[in-house]
Design a protein around this ligand. Structure first.
Ligand code: FEO
Length: 394
């Protein structure tokens, strides 16, 4: 797809409507896009990032349709292959082009794509590229989500190209947004799945980019933001320390004992004015669970015992939560066993990097009985007390 963004600035990226999985891990219910941009100065022409190799033919078609005879610079803001993977093909078609990136990204590109040293021009914070009546300034924005990531600021048009930062996996022909619920949800899902472990770096990077006057934020996935404050303010909320009066309950149950506990426990929480979000792990979209992890105060993992440990679906979730490092403050476990269980040790091991307080779990033998329901009452009360103390919400 080709769209004019500003005078001499074109969208030349590709929408991947039917991609449903990223990294063989992340569900993409709304597809995605790989946004690349062409900037024509009076003297030089620059390609801002490329696309996933799946779609390199379409990128090349777009360049042909625009009758691009020469590319002087290919800026690579991030070495991950969904943006850099078409660089080797572009270099074959435009052999005069140089790959412009920072030192760390250059090393990654050499390793990942076997691009040779002489093809690179390296830049650092504040360096500029003069294209003739168009000036691109480089801003280092590391750890969103790799260590080498940078952004480019086109001074004359006040466009900030941020690559993954502020992106969303959302395939849409309407490439500009002023902000909508659909875009917000997609961007939040993207943040949850990819950016959440890097809250501190994101904070520093937002402070850095806010020194610039920005009319458009142009990420490399999803729509471009015509009101940059829409996405910047959303990110500020997501990375803040604020949490919601909410308990997420990822659960799995084989013979209804754990399920019975979950439904009883949820009712108790609801009675106390606490919002609950159950996720049945046998059917749930992990992306939906990740979105909830962005701001919930508490997670309670509910699992039966399988081969003396937690159910593998619960182990998987514990691993994902540990890796995504949400700002959750409290964690507990509920579940059932037949003759013995090491589920607690297992789940705690995966969550050891979280800065959370573990609240006394409720792990019972068999189907829940009167004394077990009492323990669930107590757990709900403990959560209520902590939410009330910490959240100033109830
Ligand atoms: Fe869209 Fe980190 O690549």
């Amino acid at each position: 797809m080709i769209k004019k963004i500003k005078e001499n600035v074109y969208y030349v990226g590709v929408i991947h409507w039917d991609r449903r999985l990223f990294d063989e891990l992340i569900p993409l219910p709304h597809g995605t896009s790989y946004n690349a941009y062409l900037i024509k100065g009076n003297e030089k022409t620059l390609l801002m990032d490329t696309v996933d190799p799946f779609k390199e033919k379409e990128l090349i078609e777009n360049l042909k349709k625009l009758k691009v005879k020469r590319i002087d610079y290919i800026v690579s803001n991030h070495a991950e292959q969904d943006h850099s993977g078409a660089i080797p093909e572009i270099l074959k078609l435009y052999p005069e082009a140089k790959v412009v990136t920072n030192e760390k990204c250059k090393e990654f590109l050499k390793e990942l794509l076997l691009i040779s040293e002489e093809k690179f021009i390296t830049v650092k914070e504040g360096d500029t590229l003069d294209l003739g009546e168009a000036t691109l300034e480089f801003i280092m924005t590391p750890w969103v989500h790799w260590p080498e990531t940078m952004s480019g600021y086109l001074r004359e048009h006040r466009i900030l190209f941020t690559c993954d930062f502020f992106g969303s996996h959302l395939a849409t022909s309407n490439i500009f947004t002023e902000g909508s619920f659909e875009v917000y949800e997609s961007a939040k899902r993207y943040y949850a799945e990819i950016m959440m472990p890097f809250r501190n770096s994101i904070k520093k990077n937002i402070e850095k980019i806010e020194r610039f006057k920005i009319d458009i934020i142009a990420p490399s996935h999803g729509p471009l933001y015509k009101r940059p404050e829409f996405i910047i303010n959303a990110y500020k909320e997501w990375i803040s320390d604020r949490v919601k009066n909410e308990v997420i309950i990822p659960y799995v149950s084989m013979h209804h004992s754990t399920e019975k506990m979950v439904y009883y426990f949820m009712d108790k929480l609801i009675d106390k004015g606490i919002e609950v979000k159950p996720f049945n792990l046998s059917v749930t979209d992990l992306g939906e669970l990740a979105i909830s992890l962005v701001d919930a105060a508490t997670i309670v993992i509910a699992t039966p015992t399988v081969l003396t440990g937690a159910h593998p679906a619960a182990v998987y979730v514990a691993y994902i939560v540990g890796a995504l490092r949400p700002k959750t403050r409290f964690v507990s476990v509920i579940g059932s066993y037949g003759w013995g269980s090491t589920m607690l040790e297992q789940i705690k091991m995966f969550l050891k990097n979280l800065k959370v307080e573990f609240i006394e779990p409720v792990v019972i033998k068999g189907y829940p009985k009167e004394q077990d329901f009492k323990r669930l009452d107590e757990l709900a009360e403990e959560i209520y007390i902590r939410h009330k103390k910490d959240l100033i919400l109830i």
